[in-house]
Design a protein around this ligand. Structure first.
Ligand code: PHE
Length: 434
């Protein structure tokens, strides 16, 4: 049973065991010797284990205002505007909630990845068993979406590759893939008298596949390249320097990588190409020719926002996240290192009004309104019900820290007292003396 609302992998296996009677063919539920999500990771590498199991459900790309989500929004908005239908409606649809557990068939075979390709090695990907794995690229969903009848789509999601953890590598990261398929009629107006497909498959050359005509590949690669150059300009500004480099992917031919110049160095931004006809035809769209690309969101976000370390994307620190709290994803933000100044921790306890509709978020709002940038974190650390008075008490721990200076005890106390006063006045709580 593949549950997309799954919490984590352990839960996945529990759910699977329970569901296995009715769905006996769903063998993603059985661990076998190929399983390497925890056991094959060296014991010493605790961080890796935790990262996969705990972080799978976090879906950074769906978390509003997370930098990964902002980059996703920028890309989606670009595609929505660039490709519109007759009535101005976007022609691309977005899939950002597909289950990261896929079959090895989806991840490799359906994309013509050779049997002996390095990416299939146990040391490179995370396997649940010999049939199921954590997707190593969002391209894994490409042929299913084509089979379901789609011609223009974006796939955005978390992907998993076994890798070291350092400032630019992390075993979970995020990708955006795109596919655009077009028919003869859509590509060439009748009067041009140009054909997409050869009458009989020709020779495969460095420049094209056997089925495609030179004209079709020429126009399609022009479309693809200009679309991606403009995407790079949308993300990095109109003056970004870029260059095209020939590449190889088993699922596209010809293939290219787009590199951009960042801080004086060429950086690979994305891979793309004309989709292999065999893949498109097998998925039931043999009358179409298409282009596809795939790009890593962390790479983009790190350059756009000046984020120096890929691990920061997993930070739950408000001081990090609040820097990206913008309404418009195109807002220019430059990351400022999270404060190195010392923290100051103060607790506040109060009885919550017996008949009111107290909500924690209202209290958090007051804290943030009064404390502004001095607030790093607020958390409920204790609650209990007084047996006689039948009143509930909450205790919150407020962590104060400023990004630019050391706070004095006196100024923190003043803010802390004001939070208590406002909570009393606005929420009707009664602050307990500690
Ligand atoms: N899946 C490729 C990767 O992860 C990127 C890609 C997608 C290349 C689609 C071509 C077409 O590197």
């Amino acid at each position: 049973m593949k549950s997309s609302g799954m919490k984590n992998l352990e839960e996945h296996f529990q759910l699977c065991t329970r569901g296995s009677e009715s769905e006996s063919d769903e063998d993603c539920c059985m661990k076998d010797e190929q399983y390497n999500i925890t056991s094959a990771i060296p014991e010493t590498c605790q961080e890796l284990k935790e990262c996969i199991i705990k972080r799978m459900p976090r879906k950074l790309h769906q978390q509003k205002n997370h930098p990964i989500n902002l980059i996703k929004e920028r890309i989606v908005s670009y595609f929505y505007k660039k490709f519109v239908g007759r009535t101005g409606n976007p022609v691309f649809s977005v899939y950002d909630n597909l289950d990261p557990i896929v079959t090895t068939h989806q991840n490799f075979d359906a994309l013509l990845v050779p049997r002996n390709h390095v990416s299939r090695q146990k040391s490179d990907s995370y396997y649940l068993n010999s049939k199921y794995m954590l997707r190593a690229h969002t391209t894994a969903h490409q042929s299913d979406l084509i089979s379901s009848g789609l011609d223009n789509f974006l796939i955005i999601g978390d992907v998993y590759r076994r890798d070291t953890v350092d400032s630019t590598h992390y075993p979970i990261f995020h990708q955006c893939d795109a596919v655009r398929l077009q028919t003869q009629h859509e590509l060439f107006p009748e009067e041009w008298d140009l054909k997409v497909f050869e009458k009989r498959p020709d020779k495969r050359t460095d420049d094209k596949q056997a089925e495609h005509t030179v004209d079709a590949v020429r126009i399609l690669s022009y479309q693809l390249k200009t679309t991606l150059q403009d995407l790079a300009k949308t993300l990095f500004g109109p003056d970004v320097e870029y260059r095209w480099v020939e590449a190889y992917f088993p699922f596209t031919h010809p293939s290219w990588e787009l590199e951009i110049k960042h801080k004086g160095e060429w950086l690979e931004l994305l891979g793309c190409g004309i989709m292999e006809h065999a893949i498109v035809a097998k998925a039931g769209a043999g009358d179409r020719i298409g282009w596809a690309f795939g790009l890593g969101l962390e790479r983009v976000a790190m350059r756009v926002y000046d984020i120096p370390d890929i691990r920061l994307f997993w930070s739950t620190d408000r001081a990090f996240l609040q820097q990206f709290a913008v309404d418009d994803p195109f807002t220019a933000v430059k990351y400022k290192p999270v404060s190195v100044y010392p923290i100051c921790v103060n607790d506040i306890s109060f009885w919550i009004p017996p008949h009111g509709d107290f909500s924690q978020n209202d209290f958090f709002d007051i804290v943030r309104t009064v404390g502004g940038d001095m607030i790093e974190e607020v958390s409920l650390v204790d609650q209990f019900v007084h047996p006689k008075k039948r009143l509930t008490s909450h205790c919150y721990r407020i962590t104060y820290r400023h990004m630019e200076r050391t706070l004095t005890k006196t100024e923190v106390n003043a803010v802390h007292n004001e939070i208590g006063r406002r909570a009393t006045e606005v929420l009707g709580v009664s602050v307990r003396m500690t």
